[in-house]
Write a protein that binds this ligand. Structure first.
Ligand SMILES: Cc1cc2nc3c(=O)[nH]c(=O)nc-3n(C[C@H](O)[C@H](O)[C@H](O)COP(=O)(O)OP(=O)(O)OC[C@H]3O[C@@H](n4cnc5c(N)ncnc54)[C@H](O)[C@@H]3O)c2cc1C
Length: 395
């Protein structure tokens, strides 16, 4: 006889598979703390920020005080949390806005991580505590206007001049660029690609913010220009040479995205679910129409699947068994799921779906950037293709 009969009880539409039960008490507490922060500090203003194309710099200190900046790193003022904790925080931040999560990803995984992983003791002590506190903002300069998916084609270069380095070139599409105190810039040298820690007040360094974006508007995206920027030898990250440096950082950031995108999807699904139960047409709530239910069910299934995938990969990261190709799986599948959910949710809201009164079109537009940055959908497909066939199809 079956001792554990399958229950016929109610399920929670907001956590259908009861994934909460897979989290520890501490993980739920952390998740709830970040959710509260997003409810209190992000959601009331974010559609205005999006409309104005504004990122509130002061938010950095608040996030620093909560331990969210470089939270998965240890020492030097960082919170030393687990990979799953970091992922859960990304879900909540991106349920607010992909721009908020992007800020935290760039600060922690792209600017602090390379200093933490490849920096000298002096570099770590000089930069990390201020960055963890949100007093100093960092950015990561890899992409150039003619060098995106193929970062090896970058033109930015650094040449030795006596004991110094002289850096020349420009970087494009750099998150936090215009508000950064420090930029981690990747450049060709005689020893291959190297990372440089560049204080943004260095003579010859300038930034230009990119305007007219219709995606990630509550986030600063900039061009960095380096015109004979002279740096001491101590500015180079000593611990890595070659593209492995930036690609290792990207793996860290993509890991946050595979979680965060589930948060954006969840926000869209919940908005569509609530709306569909109150909006009446033909004398009944639109949630009562079969076609709407199908949309809602597809969204719910995608989000639960995405969350299980993220949690699985997070547990593997904490166990030390996660591979870079696993991250490509998560980034590719969860971001496309989130974009599908956002587009379906937009249709459920009808005309209201095109306004910033509801979060859906903001998330939908944001997710177009998330689909492209940190390795496009196509590039992650090719990484997975190579992983399963052994044949590279990039070039
Ligand atoms: C809002 C935003 C913020 C960003 N922040 C940062 C940042 O902080 N730091 C940073 O360094 N970069 C940043 N980026 C840049 C981002 O990482 C690049 O946009 C991304 O790598 C893609 O490069 P690309 O835009 O030049 O597209 P391209 O590389 O020109 O690609 C265009 C299209 O061609 C496809 N394609 C390219 N090569 C292949 C191939 N071999 N096979 C099949 N298809 C291919 C791509 O998948 C894509 O669909 C940001 C971008 C955005 C939009």
């Amino acid at each position: 006889m079956n001792k554990d009969p399958i229950g016929a009880g109610a399920t929670n539409p907001r956590d259908f598979l009861d994934i909460d039960a897979e989290l520890t008490t501490d993980e739920r507490l952390l998740r709830d703390t970040v959710r509260q922060f997003v409810d209190d500090r992000i959601l009331p203003s974010v559609s205005e920020w999006f409309e104005e194309g504004y990122f509130p710099r002061e938010m950095a200190k608040e996030m620093g005080a909560l331990g969210l900046l470089g939270m998965h790193l240890d020492g030097y003022g960082c919170a030393g949390m687990s990979a799953v904790d970091y992922g859960l925080a990304c879900v909540e931040l991106e349920a607010g806005d992909s721009g908020t999560r992007s800020f935290v990803s760039v600060q922690g995984s792209l600017a602090m991580f390379p200093i933490w992983a490849f920096g000298s003791e002096e570099q770590k002590t000089q930069w990390l505590p201020g960055m963890a506190a949100g007093d100093l903002i960092g950015c990561f300069g890899l992409t150039e206007s003619d060098s995106g998916s193929d970062p090896g084609s970058m033109r930015t270069n650094a040449k030795k001049d006596g004991a110094d380095w002289v850096l020349n070139g420009s970087k494009m599409w750099i998150t936090n660029g215009g508000i950064a105190d420090v930029a981690v810039v990747w450049a060709h040298t005689d020893d291959g690609v190297r990372g440089f820690i560049v204080p943004t007040n260095s003579p010859g360094f300038s930034t230009q913010d990119i305007h007219h974006k219709v995606s990630l508007r509550a986030s600063i995206t900039s061009e960095l220009v380096m015109d004979n920027v002279r740096l001491p030898d101590e500015a180079v990250l000593p611990g890595v040479a070659g593209l492995k440096g930036p690609l290792t950082c990207l793996s860290e950031a993509r890991y946050g995205i595979l979680w965060g995108s589930v948060g954006a999807a969840r926000a869209c699904y919940e908005a569509a679910l609530d709306y569909s139960k109150s909006r009446e047409q033909f004398g009944r709530p639109i949630a009562g129409f079969q076609l709407t239910q199908r949309k809602l069910v597809e969204m719910m299934v995608g989000i639960n699947r995405g969350m299980l995938l993220a949690l699985h990969l997070g547990r593997k990261k904490d166990a030390g068994t996660l591979q870079a190709a696993h991250i490509s799986f998560g980034k590719m599948d969860n971001v496309r799921m989130a974009l599908d959910v956002a587009r379906e949710a937009r249709s459920v809201l009808g005309a209201n779906g095109i306004t910033l009164e509801y979060p859906v079109i903001r998330h939908m537009n944001n997710l177009e950037s998330v689909y492209t940055y940190e390795g496009t959908n196509e590039i992650h497909t090719l990484i997975l293709g190579q992983a399963i066939t052994g044949i590279q199809a990039f070039s």
